[in-house]
Design a binder for this molecule. Structure first.
Ligand SMILES: Cc1cc2nc3c(=O)[nH]c(=O)nc-3n(C[C@H](O)[C@H](O)[C@H](O)COP(=O)(O)O)c2cc1C
Length: 335
């Protein structure tokens, strides 16, 4: 659906800068926000910030690229909501592997009302690590979420109960492996004790490990998020996967994760990513087996209906916009 909006007469560079700023709402592993946007007169570039890569936990940059892909999808939607269509070039220059994407060919169209709705969802979407309620996730919602993933070129495999048991064992093993590795512990400690707009503050971390079928990440420290006695028996686990295990497909997986999570938010479904099982090579192999070797695992997600009776965690902080959006190349052109 499309229609005219008051934003239609604003210059392109303003729309690009605003889309990049809106992309800051995107989820990222440990809230690292490992991206930087460059606004050009007729294009928007997305680059990796290597300083915020989890070099011990994510040496290949899989979760980094997934995080950046989520931001890319947010930016695409923000532009569509403002009435701009764009062509996306992914990894456009082999000589610059940190240049992940370039949005070019920007043209005016009617503002996309579906995209406008998704932009609203960006502002409320968040990670709620409490156990989910006993209310089942509607089958229709799972179907809609899976279609949103497929539209971005990835797949969501919903795990059956035997597979959930295998996942639970793998997640427990991954947690033990990670807890025994001093470098991983140090990295986690760093990102759970940050100030200044990145990392995970105590308010979003459980005050005790929740009762879940599949263990969530052990953050190595107790937070202050109250956890009720519930057990998330009604949770559904999905495995985001695709055909390749390369930076281009990780970027697309991130776009699919954003589509998954925003669609879930619109439908009242809570999402928690579980990446420990992907970080540890042995448990990543277990996930490959769950896919019958027919795809590569990118991320596990827990889907459920959040406890409506108690307030969830607050929003996790974000970096100031000036630190993630570079408008120096167009400073004179913006209104
Ligand atoms: C690639 C990726 C991996 C993540 N892995 C985990 C995880 O293993 N456990 C967890 O509790 N949250 C995980 N998250 C959620 C992030 O911690 C969360 O998105 C970030 O802190 C920002 O908070 P928000 O989602 O509330 O905006 C992951 C997010 C992404 C994008």
């Amino acid at each position: 659906m499309s229609h005219e909006t008051p934003g239609q007469d604003r210059p392109l560079t303003t729309a690009l800068a605003e889309a990049a700023a809106t992309a800051g709402y995107a989820p990222s592993v440990h809230n690292t926000q490992p991206w930087r946007w460059l606004v050009l007169p007729d294009a928007l570039e997305l680059r990796i910030v290597r300083d915020r890569q989890l070099t011990a936990t994510d040496p290949e940059g899989r979760l980094l690229a997934i995080s950046c892909g989520a931001a890319l999808h947010h930016a695409r939607l923000a532009l569509a909501a403002e009435g701009w269509t764009a062509v996306v070039e992914r990894l456009p220059d082999p000589a610059q592997p940190d240049l992940l994407a370039r949005l070019i060919g920007l043209n005016r169209s009617g503002a996309d009302t579906d995209a406008m709705r998704m932009v609203q969802c960006m502002q409320v979407r968040h990670t709620d690590r409490r156990p989910v309620s006993d209310e089942p996730v509607p089958t229709a919602a799972i179907g809609e979420i899976s279609r949103a993933v497929a539209a971005e070129g990835a797949s969501l495999q919903i795990l059956d109960s035997d597979q959930v048991m295998e996942l639970a064992a793998a997640a427990s093993h991954a947690g033990t492996v990670e807890a025994e590795d001093p470098q991983l512990r140090e990295e986690l400690q760093y990102w759970t004790s940050r100030a200044g707009g990145t990392g995970l503050p105590p308010e979003v971390l459980p005050e005790q490990q929740p009762q879940t079928t599949v263990p969530g990440r052990d953050f190595g420290r107790a937070g202050t998020l109250p956890i009720g006695p519930g057990h998330d028996k009604a949770a559904v686990y999905g495995l985001l996967n695709g055909d390749e295990d390369e930076p281009d497909s990780w970027l697309r997986a991130g776009e699919a994760l954003s589509a998954l999570w925003l669609t879930a938010t619109r439908l009242g479904v809570s999402v928690v990513p579980l990446s420990g099982v992907v970080e540890v090579p042995g448990t990543r192999q277990t996930l490959r087996r769950l896919l019958s070797g027919l795809g590569f695992p990118y991320l596990v997600v827990r889907l459920g209906i959040a406890d409506p009776a108690h307030a969830g965690p607050p929003h996790t902080p974000r970096l100031p916009i000036e630190q993630v959006v570079d408008t120096s190349a167009v400073r004179d052109q913006r209104s």
